[in-house]
Design a protein around this ligand. Structure first.
Ligand code: ADP
Ligand code: MG
Length: 240
């Protein structure tokens, strides 16, 4: 579903990604971990073309990333992204947050978009809050709304960049539960997180990044029991 070859991204003189190769199969859940500044967010942002790669190739479902216009809008719909900060439209209701893009980008009839949106809000456990503004929801509820908003576009894959890092601790579980449910239903997912419990339980593969490179990658059982690189061992010693 996602193919990345030789992805290099520079910011001025700083190289944030150095020739990253990554394949994510349909239905696979890849958890990306690594120290701050290692390029995890930049990788996610390149996948969605929020950043433009300097070198390398990215294909989503076999198609190269479009550069602009309607094709780019469709790509962003196909690859849903959930950020640390919830990024909901603050002056729209929760329901409108879910229906705006499907109506505008996908051309879905409004009634159909609303019905789908209500189902998604039920599924993430905030069906009673459809008419509220985002500010009237807790952080955990807002993040679940943000996930539902991405799902409203019927994406082929979902990217999560530290989706629980800005949440109060008691709200982390409810968001991880929604993500776990999605994974079990077969969604293709790339998840940047420091939640090692989630990585252990839900990931098909853990990818460890440092200094703009993928240093190692493997099934979570192997990775956590016996990381191969010193950098991964050092990292795990700090976070576990
Ligand atoms: P991570 O998500 O793993 O913490 P990032 O992908 O955010 O890492 O950043 C990787 C490196 O690229 C860091 O050194 C960061 O400072 C740099 N970087 C990221 N975004 C920008 C930007 N827009 N401008 C300049 N430097 C950036
Ligand atoms: Mg980051």
């Amino acid at each position: 579903m996602i193919e990345v070859r030789g992805l290099t991204k520079r910011f001025g003189g700083h190289t944030a990604l150095r020739g990253v190769d990554l394949d994510v199969a349909r239905g696979e859940v890849v958890v990306v971990i690594g120290p701050s500044g290692s390029g995890k967010s930049t990788l996610c942002r390149c996948l969605n073309r929020l950043e433009t790669a300097d070198e390398g190739e990215i294909r989503i479902d076999g198609e190269p990333l479009p550069a602009e216009g309607r094709a780019l809008a469709r790509l962003r719909a196909d690859v849903g992204m959930v950020f640390q900060s919830f990024n909901l439209f603050q002056h729209r209701t929760v329901l409108q947050n879910l229906t705006l893009a499907p109506v505008r980008v996908r051309g879905v009839p409004r009634a159909e978009a609303e019905e789908h949106a209500r189902g998604l809000l039920e599924r993430v456990g905030i069906g009673d809050h459809a008419g509220k503004l985002p500010a009237q929801l807790s952080g955990g509820q807002q993040q679940r709304a943000a996930i539902a908003r991405a799902l409203a576009m019927r994406p082929k894959a979902m990217l999560f960049d530290e989706p629980t890092s800005a949440l109060d601790p008691e709200m982390v579980g409810e968001v991880l539960d929604v993500m776990t449910g999605l994974a079990r239903e077969g969604m293709t997912m790339v998840v940047v997180t420091h939640e090692m419990g989630f990585a252990r339980k839900v990931a098909d593969r853990v990818v460890f990044m440092a200094d703009g490179e993928i240093v190692e990658s493997g099934p979570p059982a192997d990775f956590f029991a016996a990381p191969k690189s010193d950098r991964a061992r050092d990292f795990l010693a700090k976070v576990l």
